[in-house]
Write a protein that binds this ligand. Structure first.
Ligand code: DAK
Length: 672
């Protein structure tokens, strides 16, 4: 097995066969959800669920059946896939049923003695090469696996509720584990739609240190406020306040346990609030229904909650428990924070974070304090992973919550990475790829669009500003290759088409869905294809005016895609080889007037039959023709920016974007 720890887990080739039989121990709250994730991700897998109580197993299997039924009813799962999920799935109270497993995942009660017994029982039954993982949220791997004969094949993989849907999984990189095991697990999780977060073997790992201490601090604040008041103030930072979540998860005993562990290991300041032992349910307010809190009290609560968050953040980073980008992403995705703590810190007015931390240190002596200037904790890339393969930098777009959709910060980060390295003689060029296996990039972040509507000049200027990266790519001497690992939509395809070559997974496809949103692709798609692949003009007309999909294979036939790849490993290998092939070659000049066949608005219907806005299709037709007639590439691009500005002022744009964000179909009949 390979042991190189790439930031993008998929860059390490999958050097171990796919598991064929997985055992999950514990049919309580999280075990069945983990089982459901595994079976939906790998339907051919044999899965055995073990528990000491048969009723728990029966309830767990019923839960899985219920999940599949609901997924079929909602159209999320096809009937044959649902049948495959429930096939080869069995429960047992007998550990002998684990014989033949190549991976056993323990999700039993948080009790070290019990876990030792379980793993001894498991180790007696499975092969020496079988992987063993524990879902403990707090106990260090070094302790959980201390009695194993072969601890090198074991680590902690910590899931977050609900484990079938929440993508976050902490993968613990402890010294006793074979480094190749950690690499393989991260690869497996990433390839099956999860977000593996590499974490050191500290008590409570990374994210529970944040969550448990956040809850404990809230409980300590009960001396001066009610649970409802505290949850209301916390609503500024999280979608649901700590007491609301504790009620939901029956979490009081967990905080007692995890904070006792931290207190015993790291100091009394972590000791859990006594009240956790006396209360079962908190009287609080629901998310989105805050109650009034007096100003002074609100400021005190806010400072303490922010204080514990920032104190844990600097501690986690100073101790190297996790990376800054993972911490921010994990807090949002796993714990429901509206912003990651580092983003939050960055957004505070000058001096505010330092003030909050100083106050927290005074009020909570012993709690971690910053060891460096606060600015030094900020990551240089929040939305990208950067790896090096030989002399090529591989830039991974990582926004798993939005299928790697682009926004300004991500675009700026790509440009900054390229600028930082393009002058380096040791770097031959760059590859851009998307995180995971589903999407290269699902386009521009639609959530940011409403602010662009209504002002033609501002929208056109915004398009110009956002094109900085693309215009830079046009002028680059070192090659940048787009590696399309999945769908490339809208702005994502516009980014790919400005790269110097495109390599695509056979299952990838390209699409320009802008017209279905009542807008148009203003940063190159109405210009570049006609200059770069003139023979494919008719296909691009269909993509622009009818949102037709272009599958990778067809794009390859048309010359839009330079090479097809069979899987992710091949994709990256071929993209890196392309960089080498292109190195030193000049790019074709895209200036000059282009002649294109006349275009028509037609019936303004999308390829799937949906009604489109005739106004927007008209603007697209006009812009494509205007851009083709422009004598230089820069002037042609300008036509696109202005057309975007014009589209942004139409009623269709308002309707299209509001409908996407409101999860409904647009009514372009009413807007024209
Ligand atoms: N922006 C924001 N979030 C997105 C997104 C996007 N482009 N695409 C997907 N997501 C989010 C989804 O909302 C969902 O979030 P949650 O509901 O989980 O919170 C999550 O990603 C997973 O997506 P789905 O659950 O929808 O996944 P499915 O497999 O069911 O569907 C899909 C995949 C790609 C068919 C679907 O997500 C979809 O239709 N997405 C929208 C695709 C799209 O229309 N892309 C934008 C094209 S417009 C400009 C610069 C650039 C542009 C414009 C102007 N200027 C500078 C002026 C570019 C415009 C575009 O790219």
């Amino acid at each position: 097995m390979t042991s190189t720890l790439f930031a993008n887990p998929l860059l390490a080739p999958a050097s171990r066969p796919q598991p064929r039989h997985i055992g999950v121990i514990g049919a309580g709250a999280i075990g069945p959800d983990i089982a459901y994730y595994l079976k939906t991700a790998r339907p051919g897998l044999k899965l055995t669920l073990i528990d000491i109580r048969q009723p728990a197993i029966d309830a767990a299997l019923a839960r899985l059946r219920d999940y599949t039924d609901k997924a079929v009813a909602r159209g999320k799962l096809k009937l044959d896939a649902a049948t495959a999920v429930m096939a080869d799935l069995a429960g047992s109270t007998d550990y002998d049923a684990l014989k033949g497993c190549d991976w056993v995942l323990e999700a039993a009660t948080e009790d070290l003695t019990l876990k030792h017994r379980i793993f001894a029982d498991v180790e007696a039954r499975v092969a020496e090469t079988a992987i063993l993982t524990s879902n403990t949220s707090s106990l260090p791997a070094a302790r959980v696996f201390s009695a194993l004969k072969h601890p090198e094949r074991a680590t902690v993989t910590h899931f977050f509720a609900p484990a079938w849907r929440n993508p976050a999984v902490e993968v613990i990189n402890w010294p006793g584990a074979d480094p190749a095991l950690v690499v393989w697990l991260r690869h497996f999780f990433c390839a099956t739609g999860k977000l593996p977060l590499l974490t050191a073997d500290a008590p409570c790992f990374m994210l529970d240190r944040v969550f448990d201490n956040w809850c404990n601090e809230a409980a300590l604040l009960l001396a001066q406020a009610t649970a409802a008041e505290i949850d209301s103030v916390a609503g500024k930072f999280v979608h649901a306040g700590p007491f609301f979540v504790l009620n939901l998860a029956h979490g009081n005993p967990i905080i007692v346990e995890t904070n006792t562990l931290q207190a015993d290991e790291e100091g009394e300041h972590y000791r859990p609030a006594q009240i956790f032992r006396s209360v079962e349910r908190w009287v609080t307010s629901a998310p989105g229904k805050p109650i009034a809190v007096a100003d002074g009290k609100r400021a005190d609560i806010r400072d303490r909650l922010l204080g514990v968050l920032l104190s844990q953040t600097v501690d986690i980073l100073d101790r190297g428990i996790g990376s800054a980008a993972d911490l921010d992403l994990g807090c949002r995705i796993a714990l429901g924070f509206k912003q990651g703590p580092l983003d939050l810190m960055r957004g505070l007015v000058e001096g505010e974070a330092a003030r909050v931390l100083e106050r927290f240190a005074r009020e909570r002596p012993g709690m971690p304090v910053a060891k460096r200037a606060l600015a030094a904790y900020q990551p240089s890339e929040r939305h990208l992973l950067v790896d090096r393969i030989d002399d090529v930098l591989v830039i991974t777009l990582r926004r798993p919550e939005a299928l790697n959709a682009l926004h300004d910060e991500m675009t700026d980060e790509i440009l900054a990475v390229i600028r930082r390295h393009e002058g380096d003689p040791a770097i031959a060029g760059f590859v851009i790829v998307g995180y995971g296996t589903k999407a290269f990039c699902a386009g521009a972040d639609i959530g940011r669009f409403p602010s662009m509507l209504g002002d033609a000049q501002a929208a056109a200027q915004y398009a110009r500003d956002c094109s900085r990266l693309l215009v830079h790519l046009d002028a680059m001497r070192k090659p940048v290759v787009a590696a399309l690992n999945g769908m490339a939509l809208g702005g994502g395809f516009e980014l790919a088409m400005r790269c110097h070559a495109l390599v695509a997974d056979r299952r990838a496809f390209m699409q320009l869905p802008e017209v279905t949103l009542g807008i148009l692709p203003g940063i190159g798609a109405m210009v570049i294809p006609y200059r770069r692949w003139p023979d494919a003009a008719a296909v691009f007309h269909g993509m622009l005016t009818r949102a037709e999909r272009l599958p990778a294979k067809r794009a390859h036939d048309l010359g839009v895609i330079d090479e097809l790849a069979d899987d992710f490993d091949a994709l990256i290998r071929q993209a890196v080889a392309r960089v080498h092939k292109l190195a030193g070659q000049p790019r074709a000049n895209a200036d000059g007037v282009r002649s294109i066949a006349p275009l028509e608005v037609g019936d303004a219907k999308a390829a799937d039959g949906r009604q489109l806005s005739a106004t927007i299709v008209g603007l697209i037709v006009q812009a494509v023709q205007g851009a083709a007639a422009a004598p230089t590439l820069a002037q042609a691009l300008e036509v696109g920016y202005r057309a975007f500005g014009a589209a942004a002022c139409t009623a269709a744009a308002g309707e299209g974007i509001a409908s996407f964000l409101g999860r409904r179909s647009p009514d372009f009949g009413a807007t024209g």
